[in-house]
Design a protein around this ligand. Structure first.
Ligand code: S3P
Length: 433
């Protein structure tokens, strides 16, 4: 499947982006362990989160989907059942890593695998601390690569200093901590997204956090909870950057999650001169939300690094597009983690942006982008990575002539309906087989 993008006139409108991917995964996984029924509104029906639903069903949790609401019939802390086949997480790193933590403390055996990208991504960063809690995990390359086998075990608590800021690693340890004796503690080098902590607390788990150190104990039970998931800021970022760089554009985004561990992209775009307003909304599912209003205008390059990186790690592909349209140089450092995402995003961003005539230097831990030139329409590839696909589609909106994004189907992983929304805003985009 490919996307054809033409250079756009002004984009205008008021839209809502689909639900937050990270929160959607957690909503289904965590309420599965609760006593009773939880109704989840605003769930993201993208391929990744549907993989989590399929895995929880395979673990014996009844999950119904009715009129866009996900209804989870929680089985309690000890109600999961041995799956009779391999659990397939598809493209979803969050599913495999969080499930590794959750399954380590069960009484049964399970196997986890995923697509070609997942089977290349490092799992040892999760397996290592879990093994030190007594988990029994094995897989290719000494347990670093899926397929992975998890044999349930009696876990004991650990105090763990994480070498990288990763919400998936932190969450896996906290989930294992729910089943471990004693109090499990995790210290992160800099703040990563804290949706796990917020949701487990709301469900009644004994969890506390103080200056980068989180502790969790073993709860007798978790309580069911109805919730509404806010829009995904990571998805909103594509529309936001499109609005900023396509002349004459104006956009209002309703109901976007603005958890401070995720808003690095707003900080950087603001520093680049972006014109937008943030109006605080009602909290949803324990998460702050806002209405974002943006207008196009000139951008200047920025320097991005340090503790800002975990707060915008998923937005770097689209930030690179904003940088290409900005005056001057943008330097992104300390972002080595990009190399182990759905693709090596340092390489794929550089490779694809160059096709538009943008000067990009690939650094070991980031990118250096020279902005300010007019982009030329390009023939791009998604490399099977949803965020590369959508970032290049946005670049196509400001490129002269026509842009093609091959492998467009990848976008469905996190943003079903992206093309419809772009059209609603006035862009000329179409999908071809
Ligand atoms: C996620 C954490 C981040 C992020 C990913 C989703 C999560 O990964 O890149 O898209 O939901 O916990 P890391 O934990 O590897 O940084």
């Amino acid at each position: 499947m490919k996307l054809i993008v033409e250079m756009a006139g002004a984009l205008k409108g008021q839209v809502r982006v689909p639900g937050d991917k990270s929160i959607s995964h957690r909503a289904v996984m965590f309420t599965s362990l609760a006593d009773g029924v939880s109704r989840v509104e605003g769930f993201l029906f993208g391929a990744d989160c549907l993989s989590t639903v399929a895995c929880m069903r395979a673990l014996g949790v009844p999950v119904d989907i009715e009129d866009g609401t996900v209804i989870v019939h929680g089985v309690g802390m000890h109600g999961l059942q041995e799956p009779d086949d391999v659990l397939d997480v598809g493209n979803s790193g969050t599913t495999i890593r969080l499930l590794l933590g959750l399954l380590s403390g069960q009484t049964f055996h399970s196997c986890l695998t995923g697509d070609a990208s997942i089977r290349r991504r490092p799992m040892g960063r999760v397996a290592k601390p879990l093994l030190s809690m007594g988990a029994r995990i094995d897989g290719r390359r000494d347990g670093d690569l899926a397929p992975l086998s998890v044999r349930g075990a009696d876990l004991h608590s650990i105090k763990y200093q994480m070498p990288v800021a990763s919400a998936q690693v932190k969450s896996a340890i906290l989930l294992a901590g729910l089943f471990a004796s004693g109090v499990t503690g995790v210290r992160e080098p800099s703040p990563s997204r804290d949706h796990t902590e917020r949701m487990l607390k709301a469900l009644g788990a004994p969890i506390s956090k103080r200056s980068g150190y989180t502790e969790i104990g073993r709860p007798a039970r978790l309580r069911a909870m109805d919730m509404r998931i806010p829009g995904d800021l990571s998805s909103a970022a594509f529309l936001l950057v499109a609005t900023l760089i396509v002349p004459g554009s104006e956009l209002i985004l309703e109901d976007v999650g603005v958890n401070p561990t995720r808003t690095g992209i707003l900080d950087v775009l603001g520093a680049m001169g972006a014109q937008f307003e943030i109006e605080e909304g009602e909290p949803q599912a324990g998460e702050p939300t806002a209405r974002l209003a943006a207008r196009s205008g000139p951008l200047v390059g920025a320097t991005v690094g340090g503790s800002l990186i975990p707060r915008l790690i998923d937005e770097i592909p689209i930030l690179a597009v904003a940088a290409a349209a900005a005056e001057g140089t943008t330097e992104i450092r300390d972002a080595r983690e990009l190399r182990v995402k759905e693709t090596d995003r340092i390489r794929t961003v550089a490779e694809e942006l160059r096709k538009f005539g943008v000067q990009v230097a690939e650094l070991e831990d980031g990118l250096m982008i020279e902005g300010g030139r007019v982009l030329k329409g390009a023939h791009c590839r998604s490399h099977g990575d949803h965020r590369i696909a959508m970032a290049m589609a946005v670049a196509g909106l400001v490129a002269e002539g026509e842009t093609v994004v091959e492998g467009w189907e990848a976008a469905d992983v996190s943003f079903p309906g992206f093309v419809d929304l772009l059209r609603e805003l006035g862009a000329r985009v179409r999908v071809e087989e």
